[in-house]
Design a binder for this molecule. Structure first.
Ligand code: ADP
Ligand code: MG
Length: 455
């Protein structure tokens, strides 16, 4: 298991040596499927496995992804023994990890709290506040101080990897600090749905209700997954809401978009989502990004000079998870090269492939040029009003690629395609998106173009 051994080496750097000895080194790699990027880790003791996943799951995930060069699906399994049935825990690491009653009991036996699903590593202390998240930060802190009062429910929304889940867990961890007996249930929408499916299948609604109604705080991550033709589960959420909020029990939701724009969601739920406070998290600005890198580096005892932090922060703009990935990669590179002081040059080498994809100057003009050349039409036809099919299709493909690969807005793109209206661009984007799915020839051509543009 060479791959896992490499991961272990990295992990030894990323966590304290005590943690490494006590927790990480005891993990066994059951399976590493390189093709499908699946890693199965195991431990003889289920309880400890849960603890390891809760506390170190994100470090493990980060390092495994870095070394694999792609996202890996990790699953944690107890090693099968005669006394204990084996159980698989999903790889999201965010949700309710112990669906099994027995497990919850044994947690209590160990004198731990009555909360479920909180990741202790996600705290306010290791969250970097900046203008992009200051409102969400203030609101979550306030909720942690006085849960169930002013901002109930709290609805946190924003793009991926911007700290929604982190803030939600931070509230729970803080509440627990004030009141260790507090019953907090923190689950992903997916877990909520799975629990409900189980209740339906096994006719155990009481157990379901008991779990979701008898808590002091309920946190549901990524509620957008409850959208769609899922009336029953939406009803269940509504019911939980009615059982908790009027009684001063705090609810927090996170979502990838603001409540009003959730499609195919029960109107009653939307009105409940917005009845408390909604706060947005936005992509962090340069200084905040650099500070996040510094803080993460410090936590891993990695010496990251300011100029290197700024160099990475300048190039990776879209989300924090991406920053974390870059840092992990740099740490791995530094360790394997053992080149002493970390420098901008080293970061450039280590992050070569990440930086290329995000910094290559992909402009509307460059895309127009490459597409025109590929389809052997003149560049002028990108701007012209000619309606020949042999010109219209390449033009639409170019518009589609501009939307996909640059940050330009629809009106902006329209402007640069001979002052066309943004609705024309939108139409092109929708058309190509749809046709790409069914027309394999078109799909192939676009794929080739994407590769040409990215290199
Ligand atoms: P989201 O739920 O919005 O998709 P997460 O909360 O999972 O994002 O954040 C992604 C990663 O980035 C996590 O590891 C989280 O700890 C980290 N992160 C996000 N924002 C910050 C921040 N402001 N300070 C420190 N870490 C952050
Ligand atoms: Mg999240």
């Amino acid at each position: 298991m060479e791959f896992w051994n490499l991961c272990l080496k990295m992990l030894a750097q990323a966590v304290s040596s005590a943690d490494y000895e006590r927790w990480i080194s005891a993990l066994n790699c059951q399976e590493w499927d390189k093709e499908n990027k699946v890693l199965v880790l195991s431990h003889p003791n289920l309880m400890l496995l849960n603890t390891i996943e809760k506390n170190f799951g994100s470090s493990i995930q980060g390092i495994v992804n870095t070394l694999a060069g792609q996202p890996v699906s990790i699953s944690y399994q107890a090693e099968v023994s005669k006394e204990e049935p084996s159980i698989t825990i999903d790889d999201k690491g965010q949700g309710e990890l112990f669906p099994d009653e027995k497990v919850i009991d044994s947690v209590k036996d160990e004198g731990e709290n009555k909360s479920i699903g909180l990741l202790p590593a996600l705290t306010f202390e290791n969250f970097v506040e900046g203008p992009s998240n200051s409102l969400a930060f203030a609101a979550t802190r306030r909720v942690a101080e006085c849960p169930g009062t002013n901002y109930n429910p709290l609805f946190i929304y924003g793009g991926v990897g911007l700290g929604k889940t982190h803030l939600m867990h931070a509230v729970g961890n803080k509440m627990l600090k004030h009141n260790p007996n507090c019953r907090i249930l923190c689950v992903s929408a997916q877990n909520f749905m799975n629990d409900f499916t189980t209740a339906v299948r096994e006719n155990t609604y009481d157990q379901f209700n008991n779990k979701y109604h008898n808590v002091d705080a309920l946190f549901i991550d990524d509620v957008q997954y409850l959208c769609g033709d899922k009336r029953q589960i939406q009803n269940k959420l509504f019911e939980a809401f009615e059982k908790l909020v009027p009684y001063g029990k705090q609810i927090i939701f996170t979502s990838d978009t603001y409540a009003r724009s959730l499609k195919a969601m029960d109107e009653r739920l939307i009105s409940r989502f917005t009845s408390g406070l909604s706060v947005e998290v936005e992509p962090p600005e340069l200084e905040t990004r650099a500070m996040i890198l510094q803080k993460k580096a410090m936590a891993s005892h990695f010496d990251l000079p300011d100029d290197v932090a700024f160099f990475i922060a300048k190039h990776l703009k879209s989300n924090v998870r991406e920053l974390e990935g870059a840092l992990q990669r740099l740490m791995a590179y530094h360790m394997f090269q053992s080149k002493g002081q970390v420098t901008v040059e080293m970061a450039r080498e280590a992050l070569h492939s990440i930086l290329i994809s995000s910094t290559a100057q992909l402009t509307v003009e460059r895309i127009q040029g490459v597409v025109a050349e590929y389809f052997k039409i003149s560049l002028a036809d990108m701007y012209s009003k000619r309606r020949l099919k042999s010109i219209v299709v390449p033009r639409q493909i170019a518009m589609y690629l501009c939307k996909e690969l640059t940050k330009s807005s629809l009106p902006d793109i329209g402007d640069r395609f001979g002052k066309r209206d943004h609705t024309t661009v939108l139409h092109a984007v929708q058309k190509i998106t749809a046709e790409r799915k069914t027309d394999s020839d078109l799909n192939y051509k676009i794929h080739v173009l994407e590769q040409m543009l990215k290199n």
